[in-house]
Design a protein around this ligand. Structure first.
Ligand SMILES: [Zn+2]
Ligand SMILES: [Zn+2]
Length: 350
């Protein structure tokens, strides 16, 4: 009976002009049982994962692309997301999730266990509760099924790192032998913790942490991941210079191929659990994002975070995200600040 059913299905497909394996053994994209799509959300992150028709949305990009994300998911015929993960509460990761929560059924929300003193955090949190959902802050080692695949939580160890980026929920997605690592905006501290954890970090596809910033994807971490392919989600001409020359070099030294939204727009990886292929060819442009505008560094001085006791260059990512109550501008020298107990930010190397 089953065999007859399959034969009828095949006959129908051939009659309508499509077949499972057109030229080679690679199945066409639309039949891939596992897809990892990096949406082009400019300077932000939004990754849609599909396994056997079940969906996970990891981050939703920033405000400007929020309606695009909703429209794109609708165009794919999605009605329900089995899982939503908010890596951490920066605007470029969670703004889009608010719109998605309003438009789609969501099964489970995984989000880090801390509160941010920002408007966007409050609207995200309120929207989750409004949808009758209870956000879950998973511990490393816990796992969730997605189709016949798995979402394994790798980090963070604790949600208390002074740098919010290092509280990003890091996941290993697996489908058959295919493995994909996503670390949100994790920087070197969380990466070091992941390496020390002793968990298997090896992955076919690695979504570069913190948009390819120099503060992430350290050589030691990349050695543990040993990726064949690397995704970079960053805005064309972004002010931070993502992806950084340093990270591109590390990835190139590892022998990986790259895909980047600032040059190629959205990119999808397809897998049948054995082979992996992509919607576009790997990017041949290994040039870093535009350098930081001279004007912002010319402003001089440093910005202090009185809570984390770090000091930053005024154009650092962290400054934009800093709560005004923790911020203080200083004209003191680097040495003076260190003497006062401040540490230089690892990201902007002031
Ligand atoms: Zn961040
Ligand atoms: Zn970010």
């Amino acid at each position: 009976m089953k065999r007859i059913g399959i034969m009828i299905l095949l006959a129908c497909l051939i009659m309508t002009g499509c077949a499972f394996f057109p030229n080679q053994e690679k199945p066409p994209a639309q039949t891939a049982p596992c897809t990892v799509e990096m949406l082009d959300v400019g300077q932000g992150l939004c990754i849609l994962v599909q396994m056997d028709g079940e969906y996970l949305l990891y981050d939703g990009g920033g405000r400007e692309t929020s309606s695009y994300v909703v429209r794109h998911l609708r165009d794919l015929g999605i009605r329900e997301l089995n899982y939503m993960i908010a890596s951490h509460y920066d605007e470029d990761h969670i703004s889009g999730l608010v719109g998605v929560l309003s438009a789609f059924e969501v099964g489970h929300v995984l989000a880090p266990d801390y509160e941010a003193d920002t408007k966007i955090f409050r609207s995200f949190h309120e929207k989750v509760l409004e949808c009758g959902l209870e956000p879950d802050s998973p511990d490393p080692g816990s796992s969730f099924p997605l189709g016949s695949g798995e979402i394994l939580i790798l980090g963070p160890e604790q949600y208390d790192d002074p740098v919010e980026n290092n509280r990003s929920i890091a996941v290993m997605l697996s489908y058959g032998a295919f493995r994909c690592l996503i670390t949100g905006d994790a920087e070197q501290q969380e990466e070091a913790n992941l390496v020390v954890s002793g968990r298997d970090l090896s992955a076919d596809l690695y979504v570069a942490g913190h948009h390819g910033s120099a503060s992430a994807s350290t050589p030691a971490f990349i050695r543990s991941v040993s990726p064949r392919y690397v995704f970079f989600s960053c805005g064309e001409g972004n002010a931070y210079g993502h992806p950084s020359a340093k990270t591109l070099q590390t990835v190139q030294d590892a022998g990986a191929e790259i895909f980047r939204t600032d040059r190629q727009g959205g990119v999808t990886a397809y897998s049948d659990g054995t082979q992996t292929w992509f919607s576009v060819d790997p990017c041949q442009d290994w040039s870093p994002g535009n350098p930081l505008p001279a004007a912002s560094s010319a402003a001089g001085g440093y910005v202090l975070n009185k809570r984390s006791m770090r000091f930053h260059r005024p154009d650092c990512d962290s400054v934009r995200q800093m709560s005004p109550s923790n911020r203080e501008d200083s004209k003191a020298t680097r040495e003076e600040l260190i003497a006062q107990g401040y540490r230089p930010c690892g990201a902007c190397n002031p």
